[in-house]
Design a protein around this ligand. Structure first.
Ligand code: HEM
Length: 425
């Protein structure tokens, strides 16, 4: 059953989605290459947990490609009150084991651990006043999400499904070793997994996995698309740099803030009612469609989505002329600082958890309000003064996406990664 290359792929995708020891052992017996080993020297690792770009794959145009397999473990401390020194020692030991076991790269493992406002409420002290980390909230009049308020979020990724699964099993105490390194104290000795969410991104993967609720039966997702909606995203020029999203001052200097949404997709009308040009207009801008700027999934765009200041600023005129506005065009209105720098670093990836097409949407920025401003611009409520533009129709991609969950987190610098206090002491 698992002999040929395509059946091996089938197998790997099922394995990450399902997990479990039997999935892993079958996966491992198939692995052709050893997984690259990590390091015993923590000082060789970057202080910024979120600095992944250097060790991920870049396409020919220099755009960063997210890890093909990803895992979000939402975890809770297993007792009331603040964490103890013992808790801290156990967690640091588990993470150090990961660092020793896997090269910090897409072929080994990239990961970060982040903490919620609810976690910091366990302490008597408060977070610094200028740290912009509110509780998650609803960000549109038309959404009613559940809020992720677990203590922490461990986000892991790898090109290698077997590395990711093995790391998870070692962290959760289901196996004793990670890439032959002994896991002395698993993460689950101190943190209980409340929610396990899986995902993937990259050319070929959405097309292979499109047999789920939310995607029409006609199998419309293009083979080359890294995402279900048929286009690539995350062009280098339209992403904040890791430097830009890094906190510069205060106890958490070297860290960043992370918003994570989970968004259900219903793509029947996207693919069935609309043709390619309609999709380009609604994803990028009507001008992109009129001028034929996008071929296929958008590889021809190079390292920029092609949004110019003029395309962004003339959005109301385009709404009048074409009766609709584009998603990227709308969001970009709030996504530049005064010097023209991009403000948020998006790292979204797809999911078929529970057999439903959804998007996990992590975004990094210096403060959660930056994300909230960009999301407000994407809501485009201001544009509905034009009668052709309704809150969810002709308004970018809002007709097809439904926010189910939101959570806010602080990604501390590495030195504070194991149960930070609000003051960073
Ligand atoms: C299924 C959901 C989504 C898909 C498929 C999607 C896809 C895309 C694509 C193809 C682009 C243009 C290329 C690029 O610059 O990356 C883009 C741009 C962008 N999207 Fe999304 N997106 C989704 C949801 C969201 C959400 C929830 C936000 C939250 C605010 C968002 C914010 C942005 C921003 C800020 C840009 C860049 C605009 C700029 O140039 O500044 N997107 N998206």
């Amino acid at each position: 059953m698992f002999d040929g290359p395509s059946s091996r792929r089938e197998f790997m995708k099922a394995a990450v989605a399902v997990g479990g020891a039997s999935a892993l052992s079958a996966c491992m017996s198939r692995a052709e290459e050893p997984i690259p080993k990590g390091t015993d020297d923590p000082s060789s690792l970057p202080e910024r947990q979120h600095a992944w770009n250097d060790v991920l794959v870049h396409d020919d145009a220099g755009n960063v490609e997210g890890p093909r397999h990803q895992l979000l473990l939402y975890v809770n401390l297993d007792h009331d009150g603040p964490p103890t020194e013992d808790d801290r020692r156990v967690l640091e030991s588990a993470l150090t084991t990961l660092d020793r076991a896997y090269e910090r790269s897409h072929e080994g493992l990239v990961y970060s651990i982040a903490y919620s406002p609810a976690y910091f409420d366990r302490f008597d002290e408060s977070l610094p006043d200028d740290l912009d980390l509110p509780e998650p909230r609803s960000l549109a009049p038309f959404e009613d999400p559940e809020f992720d308020r677990q203590d922490a979020l461990l986000h892991l990724g790898s090109t290698r499904a077997d590395a990711l699964l093995e790391a998870e099993e070692a962290l959760t105490g289901d196996r004793d070793t990670a890439n032959t390194v002994t896991m002395e104290s698993p993460l689950t000795d101190v943190l209980a997994v409340d929610s396990r969410r899986t995902g993937f991104v990259g050319a070929g993967m959405p097309a292979e996995r499109q047999d789920v609720a939310g995607i029409p039966d006609s199998k419309p997702v293009p083979e080359q698309s890294p995402l279900f909606m048929g286009f690539k995203a995350g062009f280098a020029q339209n992403q904040a740099t890791e430097d830009y999203v890094t906190l510069q001052d205060g106890p958490f200097a070297g860290g960043t803030t992370k918003h994570v949404a989970n968004i259900r997709q219903r793509l029947d009308d996207w693919y069935v009612e609309q043709d390619f040009e309609d999709r380009v207009a609604e994803m990028f801008s009507p001008r992109h469609a009129a001028e034929g700027l996008v071929d296929g999934v958008g590889d021809n765009l190079g390292d920029s989505s092609g949004l110019t200041p003029d395309i962004i600023e003339s959005i109301e005129e385009q709404a009048k002329q074409y009766g609709r506005v584009g998603h990227a065009q709308k969001a970009a209105r709030a996504n530049r600082d005064e010097e023209g720098n991009v403000r948020v670093l998006r790292r979204h990836f797809e999911s078929t958890d529970d057999d439903v097409a959804s998007l996990h949407f992590p975004s990094l920025q210096t403060g959660i309000s930056v994300f909230e401003e960009v999301r407000e611009a994407m809501n485009g409520t201001d544009l509905t003064s034009n009668p052709a533009i309704r809150q969810r129709v002709n308004n970018g991609i809002l007709e097809y996406i439904f926010v189910r969950r939101r959570g806010n987190f602080l990604v501390p610098p590495r030195r504070l990664r194991s149960f930070p206090t609000p003051t960073g002491e």
